[in-house]
Design a protein around this ligand. Sequence first.
Ligand code: FAD
Length: 430
Amino acid sequence: MLCSISHLPFISQKDIDNYSKGNIKHKKLNDRSKSKGDFLKESEKGVKLNFDLTTEQEIIRNSVRKFAEKEIAPVALELDEKEEFSAELTKKMGEIGLFGMFVSEEYEGQAMDYLSYIIAVEEIARVDGSQAATIAAGNSLGIGPIYYFGTEDQKKRYLPKLCSGEALWGFGLTEANAGSDAGGSRTNAVLDGDEWVINGSKIFITNAACEMTMGVTVQAITGISPNGKPEYTCFLVEHGTKGFKAVPMHKKMMWRASNTAELYFDDVRIPKENILGKKGDGFHQMLKTLDGGRLSIGAMGLGGAQGAYEAALRYSKEREQFGQPICKFQAIAFKLADCALEIECARNLLYKACWLKDQGRPFEKEAAMSKLCCSEVMGRVANHAVQIHGGYGLMKEYNVERFYRDQKLLDIGEGTSEIQRIVISRYIGC
Ligand SMILES: Cc1cc2nc3c(=O)[nH]c(=O)nc-3n(C[C@H](O)[C@H](O)[C@H](O)COP(=O)(O)OP(=O)(O)OC[C@H]3O[C@@H](n4cnc5c(N)ncnc54)[C@H](O)[C@@H]3O)c2cc1C
């Protein structure tokens, strides 16, 4: 069972030793009997405002970064070009513990805080948006609803395989005519004896039609609420259920190595027990899921911005025109300065939102702000990165064009930028 950082396959003893040499002396990081304070640096104790990551979080950042550079970077371009989802790479990400990071040990999760998970997504996105999408959707949208709203039996049945990365689970909310207006969905479920019968369809569902997919959470109308609006309930539908078809979608501009699917439900019969939580809770569950998911989309924006910025900075020091590196031209240096500034602001906002969530405090407004800010920052940074690369920036082998393309989904998925502005404006009382 994975339960502490020293047990995580991507953490080596050397990593722990290196970090232990600093502020933590002679402390065993794998000793869960120690209080959380034992993992804190001296500077963190008794301080009200503290921007340091914990040692555990720093180790996660460094270890995931090493993994992404070694395992993902060499194949990212090829997978993108072939538009190929890699089960092999996904399983490797599972082996190092990137699924179920915020899930408790009893369901084979890593029992870490949400910020640790977000840092891991950020580090994968720094190298490749598609693999980050697999992780972010796998955790926030696949694992999240089952973990937060599922029955004990459902958690025991599905979470161990999802947390080990042996299997993936999709989150089916969007329909062809109901995107931003999720309340306009038409998929319905009717109780017939001991079974629910589901009819309808979903579109753009991540991780829902690959060889690793075990099933999907699907929101369906189950009646009329007392307020006269449709009543929504979520169901767990396993792959292989008669009448359920998941069809991969191709020809995407971005996240080309991530699996996206259309789902069809044609008189799909599932046992009564496959309801997620309570009848009528579906809409609330979906909104709660999206709040957490927005933090992971924020992490993808932040990580992608960091990756594009680093590529541009490196290139600007190597590329010479008019007898000097182009970073010496103020026009280029100021672009890079703006990138560094915006990334710093975005990181602080996103981490604060995660901190609020980890404290059990309201974080919904900050989640919407982080998603919006990080996505748009990545848009501006990726644009600068391509510009700084000149003509080479438009060629695939320089990678920045992939960052440029992958960014666009972040303005659209899990609530478009317009919808985030609506959410924020409601919170500030407009
Ligand atoms: C690759 C990919 C993966 C995805 N993964 C998933 C997934 O796993 N699960 C899932 O359920 N969905 C998923 N989605 C769907 C995604 O969440 C939706 O595409 C998104 O919510 C927008 O819905 P839509 O595409 O129908 O656009 P629409 O809602 O039709 O919006 C079109 C435009 O109108 C604007 N608009 C709409 N309403 C308003 C308003 N009230 N005020 C101002 N402007 C408005 C929008 O901002 C947008 O610019 C995925 C999408 C993609 C492309």
